[in-house]
Design a protein around this ligand. Sequence first.
Ligand SMILES: [Fe+2]
Length: 488
Amino acid sequence: MSFSRRGFLAGSSAAMAALATRPAWADQNSLYWQAGWETAPAEGFAPTEMTLVRGKLPEGLNGALYRNGPAQFRYGDKTLPHWFDGDGMVHSIRFANGKAVHTGRFVQTEKRRIEQAQKAFVVPGFGTEGDPNFAVSNPDAANAANTSVLRVGDDLLALWEAGSAFAMDPVSLETRGPKTWREDLKGMPFLAHPKVEPNGTIWNLGIGGSRVGIYKISPAGALQEFGLVDTGLASYIHDFAMTERSLIILVQPWVYKRNIPPFTASMAWEPEHGLKVLIVDKNDFSKTRWAEMPPRFFFHTGDAWEDESGTIHMDIATYENADFVEHGEADIISGKYQKPKTAPAQMAMAVIPKTGEAKLIDTGLPAEFPRIDPRYQGQVRNQVWMIDTSQRDHAPGSSIIRRLNWDSVTPDAHDFGREHMVEEHLFVPRPGSDNEGDGWLVGTTLNMRERATEVHVFDAMRINHGPLASFRAPYAWPLGFHGTWASA
Ligand SMILES: [Fe+2]
């Protein structure tokens, strides 16, 4: 066949025309990162076996990884203005007999019922104005139930932060309804980051302005105690930390200033307040002390412990300011991605002595979603697992998980590769063992090339060896925030 310049140019211009008609997001990359922010089917995902694509499930790993995340991003041509306001979908990936089975269901909240009926985002939220005529009668009217999950008693709880937890059936994922811990606490805020002592006792906070409610819940799910402390500043509190003796309440300088929706518009970054730390005695909430660190924004701590001198150590993922939370990934939801100009979260260690100055030691390691071995919650330990937050040109998110040993500099990491977006990975203890780190790391990635969600299992102390097992679903589900593990 002879070369024809005319034919070549015709072919070339046809290719150019085809390129010009591709959607904008496809021009940015060949990977379908948008699958992470696509509305899930309203009926959810019926139990579906995932395909084993690598290795095999380790013996002894039986149970369910539960996760929660926003899963409603569009009504017609309207896109959700803030990632944090999507209706929660709870997922379970149940591991048994070498297999992994995925199920997903929307949490049937009042907000979802109203918006599904109107096919519109009408309820004001974290970063969504909603319909100005919609009156929020109580916090649960705006409850998206989309942030995390907690397994307690007979319930799986879908957690938000500004209203009730929502109880669900842990197997079918059918919604049972808002959880009331005590009649006088009906509708009270309940954070999405409860802390569970190794004996199963659950501690959590609920925030109302500068007042912080403290919940103490038995392993079976009965409220044992509820108390209040006042931080003096109406700060955004998404997470806290806990030692054996104390609750560590971080009062960051993103503070409530004015009563206008959405929540992000009511807040302001005022670094002059610093990052204050209120330390509350778990046995007597009236016994408190304060420490202060340099101003940082944060979502998540790993955990905290007290050494023999009473000094508190706490891993925390910090941001320079509140830019990320105010923005809320609105561009990404509407299909546009540009590598962020703001610095990503980085892992730090807070060191808070009994007296004297507290320190925040930056590691320079870009990371978020710190998780620890739950057998060491509140106790002296070394290990923390996290996901990398390095920013990429071709897609949002990162492809790397990391383990950090605070006692050594030996790095341990695994890179899934550029076609993956990695989500929180959880530590799962090996049954019958109590050595810190003896167990597995379990978590999900969105494989953008395959347009499918995968779940991976690692030897938690050797994540650089790669997954022991990986399973792939025959579809992708939207990215989520947090999860929990429940043994079979
Ligand atoms: Fe969170």
